[in-house]
Design a binder for this molecule. Structure first.
Ligand SMILES: Nc1ncnc2c1ncn2[C@@H]1O[C@H](COP(=O)(O)OP(=O)(O)OP(=O)(O)O)[C@@H](O)[C@H]1O
Length: 259
């Protein structure tokens, strides 16, 4: 396989029951591509994310990222999840710097480069509309602001791969759509590869170059849908018949996958 992220014929099971969570899962995402993964609840979407980032290892099949077989947590990946998981006793800025205190080579260089890293964190905060919010604690921010900060934290070590697991699930519709635009712009300006897991088909179609539909557990990719609507996409596009047709088409695939 030649993709930037490639899973080939992957089986993975959890725990004592040893029931397969994914089986024969193959997916290839190109460098710079925005991929979305959708599917019925419990079909193995989060498992796919864990396998691709080296947090879990498959029982069968191969996982490669940037041409290398994944045998440990993938350092070139940044991750953001449904719960923003910011540490309440650290300011927002200090939360952003956290990965740099953990991941090498940044950890080694943190002391020498601290001013540079702080400037980078502030730039990121500005790019998601949180300028001058860095000194606030997470509990002083709204849910949407916390989610923005969590995105910044995922990007602080300038990852080539951004993994988003339902990052907007807990937000109201307006905030969610605002954040779609933030992600759209980050992807366009940083040319990173993004894999987004979501239950929201509009979100998938608005953001992705390709949407992958998974079967019910044990999950595998059953449909791959290219979204060739031109970029940059504006929220208005979500009201067009073309957009809604694609959403309906994907919905039908998921209904079938659930049966
Ligand atoms: N740590 C675990 N131990 C045992 N079973 C697990 C574990 N993690 C996941 N599973 C099971 O593996 C299957 C796939 O889980 P996963 O979280 O990948 O699905 P998902 O598609 O992300 O689910 P959802 O859409 O509900 O978030 C599920 O049936 C789940 O119950």
């Amino acid at each position: 396989m030649t993709g930037f992220v490639a899973l080939e014929g992957v089986d993975h099971a959890y725990g004592a029951s040893n029931q397969l969570a994914v089986e024969g899962l193959s997916i290839e995402v190109e460098a710079g591509e925005f991929a979305a993964v959708v599917g019925p609840s419990g079909c193995g979407k989060s498992t796919l994310m864990k396998l691709a980032t080296g947090l879990q290892f498959p029982r069968a099949g191969t996982v490669t990222v940037a041409g290398e077989r994944v045998t440990a947590p993938v350092k070139i990946a940044g991750m953001a999840f449904q719960a923003p998981t910011l540490l309440p006793w650290r300011t927002t800025l200090e939360n952003l710097l956290l990965p740099l205190e953990i991941v090498q080579p940044h950890r080694r260089e943190l002391h020498r480069k601290r001013a540079e890293y702080v400037a980078r964190a502030k730039n990121l905060l500005t790019s998601v509309g949180l300028r001058d919010q860095g000194e606030k604690y997470p509990w002083e921010l709204s849910g949407g602001m916390q989610q923005r900060a969590s995105l910044c934290r995922a990007l602080i070590h300038e990852p080539q791969l951004l993994m988003l697991d339902e990052p907007f699930g807990a937000l109201d519709a307006f905030t969610r759509e605002e954040l779609w635009c933030v992600i759209r712009d980050l992807h366009a300006s940083r040319k990173i590869t993004v894999i987004l897991v979501t239950h929201d088909l509009r979100e998938a179609v608005f953001l992705a170059d390709r949407v992958f539909v998974m079967s019910a557990r044990p999950g595998r990719v059953v449909v791959e849908r290219k979204i060739d609507m031109p970029r940059p996409r504006d929220l208005e596009v979500t009201y067009t018949p073309e957009f809604q047709d694609i959403v309906h088409e994907l919905r039908a695939h998921i209904v079938k996958a659930r049966q």
